[in-house]
Write a protein that binds this ligand. Structure first.
Ligand code: ADP
Ligand code: MG
Length: 694
């Protein structure tokens, strides 16, 4: 691997000594490259910076001027106000920061400030900034560019003006290094109308227009999406193309009777997904597909058809569920549908007796059982399939990327793989997270569902909620009450499941059977409680989000979520999916403090039952960082420049380019791909390791 000048420690840059190098480190900047990637968080167009002489009371403006004088002024009510008078060629104005006397130490006379805020009348014109930056210190010019002022992410230790000064002194040279570092081929850049790397950085750090800054950002956004997709394209190739997959033979001998036995017709979305799955299964390319659909959209039905296609061709199909209870439910569903077709369904879980386990393992090993249901124990050591043709993974988000990869890497079995997710996410996000998978989406619900009635209540309405719950219990219905915490915590003032369980059982529903379920219970206890609720022996189940994935209790008709403001919308949607599974009208009651910012967000939720719409809202409101969750590596965020909502077009292009490159040159061995390869290995080794393609 060639050495790049950009790998130099920042300390060797002009104007950076050991002390500043420390400050840079606190922002995560250790090399020249880190610094170059430290791009402005804000751009102000000079043509929108108002000359101070023009400022009038009531205007909301950005203004820039040099500090002429400053000081802290006490008021009669004890509030201390820091004030500075700034001036430009057209005039001067007082800028005031009530309650921030410490700014007196931070700002100096002669500093150039960029301030944004409203002009008010207070002993003359006065501006109280919402935001401000020191764009230059002392006699230096604002320098460095045209009419656009940039504001960098700064810190207590590393002031805005220091960052600007360091960029002013070093940017030209760093751009030359970036030019030597270019890894993308001219062909790709031309095709995507993207600038060279050095140009992109020049535009981001010293733009002549906001449009240029955006063009620079698009290049960097494309790059990070491209490399993300490149890793996934390698994983995808490895999983699907390296060795031929199974060609499933279709005779319709079982598929047709299954269609006839089903009490309903497939929705269009189900039929489309099934066509995609059948095409994969019947080709010699190995299937590695994600089936995404809201809770209740009928994923299991699709999976059953895929399993039956495998069986029809004489292969075994395995369905893996995240919990034993779910596995048992699946086994029952499959057994009642497939038994009449002459297919034996066996269930393999950890709680089988030794004798039963031997019998089941025997049936799997001999190939006598074609349909096998179980937990992840299914693909572990000691289970030998006679002729495994398909693995279906339910609730795949409970299995990490690593487990998914481990399944694909098993050299002894190379079944087709279908993973299912009930966490709807926008297509763009699914592409970013699961670029190694092909995607089928159930975006349509089977007809005849009664939507769950969702309401938002403040805590002072709790008694009315309890009265409603008592009436439901009297009608024989069951209820969930979910809390964000297991036990009371000293740090946060929140209700917890354990304490509230005691209160609800003793004081609120003394006549009802109230159970408790949370993740810290031993698994047998969890299991016992879940089974009791399933059997109708518990009326009110007090729980944490452990019930998020889970069980189908058709008789449960009320879901209460306390501190609903603490939950993401998609998580709430999963919780809501626990009710509304039977004939009775169901209710989801969110309890949240009024006046929280979250109320707006929760309102979106009460008004929609569409998981995809809710996921988009969640992405918009919370940002994409959260959604990558465990895929994040400390200071190495998955996406810094790309915005999955706004850059969907870039993502589609990046995926296409990455897949093209990998199918033409799988290991990136060609000379023209050398630099892409170097960059990939140097900058994305975490991801390569995660996907096992390093
Ligand atoms: P998911 O696994 O996506 O949550 P399921 O496959 O469990 O959904 O389906 C939920 C319920 O809807 C089941 O009771 C199933 O029998 C029923 N169902 C599935 N597909 C259809 C359909 N096309 N029409 C009517 N009901 C359906
Ligand atoms: Mg399901």
């Amino acid at each position: 691997m060639s050495y790049s000048q950009l790998d130099r420690p920042v300390q060797f840059l002009k104007g950076v000594g050991p002390k500043r190098a420390d400050a840079f480190r606190s922002l995560g900047i250790t090399t020249a490259r880190d610094l170059l990637y430290h791009v402005p968080r804000r751009y102000d167009d000079a043509s929108t910076v108002e000359p101070i002489g023009n400022l009038d009371v009531g205007m909301d403006v950005s203004a820039m001027g040099r500090v002429r004088s400053k000081g802290v002024i006490p008021t009669r009510r004890g509030l201390r106000i820091f004030q500075a008078v700034i001036e430009d060629d057209s005039g001067m104005i007082t800028v005031a920061w009530p309650g921030q006397p410490w700014l007196d130490r931070k700002l100096r006379e002669g500093d150039t400030l960029l301030v944004t805020g409203k002009v008010r009348f207070f002993h003359g014109r006065q501006l109280q900034p919402r935001e401000f930056t020191i764009v230059a210190r002392g006699g230096e010019s604002v320098g460095g560019g045209g009419k656009i002022f940039v504001t960098y992410p700064a810190s207590e230790d590393l002031a805005q003006w220091v960052l600007r000064e360091v960029f002013d002194k070093n940017l030209d040279e760093m751009l030359k290094w970036a030019s030597d570092d270019e890894y993308m081929s001219q062909e790709v850049l031309t095709k995507q109308s993207l600038p060279p790397l050095a140009q992109a950085f020049a535009w981001m750090h010293r733009p002549d227009s906001i449009y240029d800054a955006e063009r620079g950002r698009r290049r960097l956004a494309f790059d990070e999406l491209f490399f993300l997709q490149l890793v996934q394209a390698q994983a995808r190739r490895r999983a699907t193309e390296l060795e031929p997959g199974i060609v499933h033979e279709r005779t319709n001998e079982l598929v047709r009777p299954l269609h006839e036995a089903l009490p309903f017709a497939l929705t269009d979305a189900q039929a489309t997904a099934l066509r995609e799955i059948y095409a994969d299964m019947q080709s010699d390319r190995r299937m590695n597909r994600l089936l995404q659909g809201d809770v209740g959209s009928g994923k299991t039905a699709v999976a059953i058809f895929a399993m039956v296609l495998a069986a029809e061709g004489g292969r075994q199909a395995a369905l893996m569920a995240p919990t034993e209870i779910l596995a048992e439910q699946h086994a029952r569903t499959l057994g009642s549908l497939l038994g009449p077709l002459g297919l034996e369904v066996v269930l393999l879980t950890g709680s089988l007796s030794a004798a039963d386990r031997r019998a089941v393992l025997g049936a799997i090993e001999s190939g006598q059982s074609l349909i096998v249901v179980g937990t992840h124990a299914l693909i572990q050591e000691g289970v030998t399939f006679a002729k495994l043709g398909l693995v279906v993974v339910d609730e795949q988000h409970r299995f990490g990327v690593k487990q998914r990869m481990a399944l694909l890497e098993r050299a002894d079995i190379r079944p087709d793989v279908l993973v299912m997710s009930a966490t709807p996410i926008p297509r763009s996000l699914a592409m970013a997270l699961y670029g190694d998978l092909d995607l089928s989406i159930l975006d349509e619900m089977p007809p005849g569902r009664t939507p769950v009635k969702t309401v938002l209540r403040s805590p002072d309405r709790r008694d009315a909620v309890y009265t409603f719950v008592r009436a439901q219990i009297e009608e024989g219905r069951q209820v969930y009450v979910v809390y964000p915490l297991v036990a009371e915590s000293e740090k946060v003032d929140l209700l917890s499941a354990t304490e509230e369980h005691a209160r609800l059982a003793a004081e609120v529903f003394p006549e009802a059977r109230v159970g408790l379920l949370h993740g810290q219970l031993p698994s047998e206890e969890k299991d016992t409680m879940m089974r009791a609720f399933l059997a109708g022996d518990v009326d009110v189940l007090v729980a944490t989000t452990v019930i998020e994935v889970g069980i189908d209790v058709a008789n449960a008709s009320v879901m209460i979520v306390e501190h609903a403001e603490r939950f993401g919308l998609s998580q709430l949607h999963q919780l809501r999916g626990r009710v509304g599974r039977g004939a009775a009208e169901s209710h989801c009651i969110l309890i949240a403090e009024p006046g929280e910012d979250a109320l707006e967000r929760l309102k979106v939720f009460t008004e929609s039952t569409d998981g995809f719409e809710i996921a988009r809202a969640d992405l918009r409101i919370r940002g994409q960082g959260d959604l990558f969750g465990s895929q994040q590596h400390g200071k190495d965020p998955v996406l810094r420049f790309a915005d999955l909502m706004a850059d969907e077009d870039l993502l589609v292009d990046a995926q296409r380019e990455a897949r093209l490159m990998i199918s033409a040159d799988p290991d990136l061995e060609r000379p023209e791909h050398q630099q892409v390869r170097d960059h990939l290995v140097a900058r994305y080794h975490h991801r390569l390791a995660m996907y096992g393609v390093g």
